[in-house]
Each structure stands twice: as C-alpha cells, then as structure tokens.
Design a protein around this ligand. Structure first.
Ligand code: ZN
Ligand code: ZN
Ligand code: ZN
Length: 370
C-alpha cells in the first residue's frame, strides 16, 4: 500500500510541475478516471458530488458525500477531506477551499457535470477558469511503470481469451449477439469480467466500423470484424481481429486483408519517440492508398489507451504532437467495402525508448472459424 501511495503522490507532484508551467493555482477534478488516476479510488458520476481539489501548494482535498466517506477512508492522510452532509450544497465546500487556498486560476477536468461548474463560477466570479486538459493530457498520455504493467496484463488476458475463444467457438448459423456472448464469456474466464466493449460485425455489417452487434446470422464466406476489450484494475485492452466463417469470400478480400496487414505493420514500424502522431497514420494510409483502397480507410489509425478506451494521443492527420516513451496507442487500420465486408486488425502498442512494443501477440493472419 505504501508503495502504491507513492505512485499517486508522484502523479500529484507531476501535476503540480505542469500547473506551474500553465500558471494554475488549483485543479478541480470531478468523478472520472482522472480522480482514480490521482487517488487509486474509482468513483462514478452522481448527483452527489465527489471531487478532488489539487492546490499548487498544500494537501489535496477530497470532497465526498457523508454516506460515501467510508469508501475513501483508506486514502489516509495524504489527503484532507470535505465531508458534506445530505442537506448541504457540496459546492459550498469547494468554494470554501478555493477561498482558503487563495487560488485565482482554476482548471477543471472535462468530465465534471456542467451544473457543478456553473454554480462554482456563479459563487466565485472573480477567478479564472480553464480546462485542465493541458495538464491532464500530458500526465495521462505518458504512462508510469505501474500503469504500463497493468495495460500489458490487460492485453495478455485478452490475448488468452481470444486464443481459447477461436479454439471452441461456432459461428456459422449463429447470430452476432450469440457469438459476442461467447467472446465476453472467454474474457470473463480469463480474468476480464469487466468487458469494456465487444463488437461482432459480420459480412456487410463489417463495413460499419462501430457496428452495433445484433441479430444477423453469420453465413459461410462472411468476414467477421471482432473488436473487443476488457478492463483490468481500471486499465483497458483493445484488440481487433477479422476472422472469416468457413472460407474466404473472394480474391479481393484476401488482397485487401494483406494490404491491411501491411499497413498495420508499417504503422507499427513508424512508432518511436519523437515521431509526430500523424506520421503513424500516414504510414498506414500510404500503404492502403498506394494499393488503391484509400477511399475505404475511413478512420484514424489509432488512439491512446489507458484508463479509458479512447484517449490522447490520437494518431490522426493534423496531430503533429510527438510520440513519447510511455505512451500506449492502438494500431488499427482498416478497409471497409460498403455492402460487402470490413477488415480491421488492431493491436495495442507501447512506445518505448527504442520504438514500439506490441502488447498483443495473437496471430494477425486470416483465421477460419466454423
Ligand atoms: Zn473505436
Ligand atoms: Zn478496438
Ligand atoms: Zn481501438
């Protein structure tokens, strides 16, 4: 526990270094993965405010409703507490803390409800308010070793689930939903009971990248885009494979599959510290475009992964920010032929000092399922 507390204190110190650069006096963090990032404690959005106040100087304060105070007691004396009772307005406690700390420039995380923010601004109109994203993005996108270990373990469990799933699953004649249930079951069996998402998109449905898994029955010759991930101690995995039912549908599919595979590898090889995020997208897109399928690769090549499924940095044209060691991103090019099928191949990749390290190791070749 002591060692873990150091993790959170180190993160708070890093936040303060960035607050100084940004000229901020206080961070106001609502219930969100940001709250968990700084405390280790998961908390859900609710009409009863739980929040964290990190002043540039002094001990951070947890604002918590009285009936949930026992849940945060284990955070100990690294934090102070504002425990508000059921008949109080919790914003009064926040106002009190902001006043007492003398904070002028307040930054707020994106996931706090507007209702709380507007009340605070109304009570303290003579302060400056900004999004905390500049601080939080820099912190959250570069993972510490504690986080890298959890992300790697999340990917390892997800790989194991996939291996066991493809050994036993029957797909032909079954619905997408039934197959998705089997995949979720495999995730649970391999220590990932918190399934984050599970897309099963068969045949023509595969040409919609975020298809809502439904009651279509899978037929022989259908490619099946399967995009799935779980949550391990707050950290996400995110993998996509595109197996086919029975047999590959046509020559174009195999050609396109190999192009996606090549594009995925090209993006992977591009990943290294200092490389602009958009260059990773360009590396994959060049392969697909050069083969004449550029119009059918309709999304960015990747996104950051951490305590949320999609987060900074986004590997997208227009994002010239450099990759840094400690970032973990998805590498997921695709080709989507409207009305026919889709293909996507996705791994999670960590940026290391020397390049990229794949966190997923299951085969990327075409897998035939019966
Ligand atoms: Zn997505
Ligand atoms: Zn995915
Ligand atoms: Zn993804």
């Amino acid at each position: 526990m002591a060692e873990q507390n150091n993790v959170y204190q180190t993160r708070i110190q890093r936040a303060r270094d960035l607050m100084r650069d940004e000229g901020l006096d206080m961070l106001f963090i609502g219930p969100s993965s940001d709250f968990r990032y700084f405390t280790g404690h998961p908390v859900k959005q609710s009409e009863r405010l739980t929040a964290l106040l990190i002043p540039y100087d002094g001990t951070p304060t947890v604002v918590v409703p009285q009936l949930e105070a026992p849940l945060v007691a284990h955070l100990g004396d690294d934090f102070e507490y504002e425990i508000w009772t059921e008949t109080e307005n919790p914003i009064d406690r926040v106002v009190e803390r902001v006043r007492r700390s003398g904070s002028e420039a307040i930054a707020i995380n994106d996931q706090i409800w507007a209702g709380f923010v507007i009340q605070l601004q109304h009570e303290l109109p003579n302060r400056s308010y900004a999004r905390g994203v500049n601080v939080l993005k820099q912190l959250r996108s570069v993972k510490d070793q504690f986080e890298l270990d959890l992300l790697k373990e999340a990917s390892r469990r997800t790989d194991n689930a996939w291996e066991s799933f493809i050994k036993s699953v029957k797909v032909i004649g079954r619905t997408e939903e039934e197959v998705a249930e089997d995949l979720k079951g495999a995730l649970a069996d391999h220590g990932m009971p918190d399934v984050a998402f599970c897309i099963v998109a068969s045949g023509p449905n595969g040409s919609s990248p975020h298809h809502h898994t439904a009651d279509r029955r899978i037929q022989a010759g259908d490619p099946i885009v399967m995009d799935f991930g779980g949550i391990h101690e707050g950290y996400f995995s995110d993998v996509t494979r595109t197996p086919v039912a029975g047999h590959v549908p046509d020559d174009n599919f195999t050609t396109a599959y190999d192009i996606v595979l090549e594009a995925q590898q090209a993006a992977f090889e591009k990943i290294a510290p200092g490389v602009p995020c958009q260059d990773v997208d360009r590396a994959a897109r060049k392969v697909i475009t050069d083969h004449g399928y550029g119009d059918y690769f309709i999304h960015r090549v990747g996104h950051g992964i951490g305590m949320t499924g999609h987060e900074d940095p986004y590997l997208v044209e227009g994002n010239a920010e450099p990759l840094q060691a400690g970032m973990v991103v998805s590498d997921e090019p695709g080709i989507y032929m409207p009305g026919k099928w889709g293909i996507r191949i996705e791994d999670s990749v960590a940026v290391t000092a020397s390049g990229g390290e794949r966190y997923n190791h299951v085969s990327r070749e075409i897998t035939i399922l019966e």
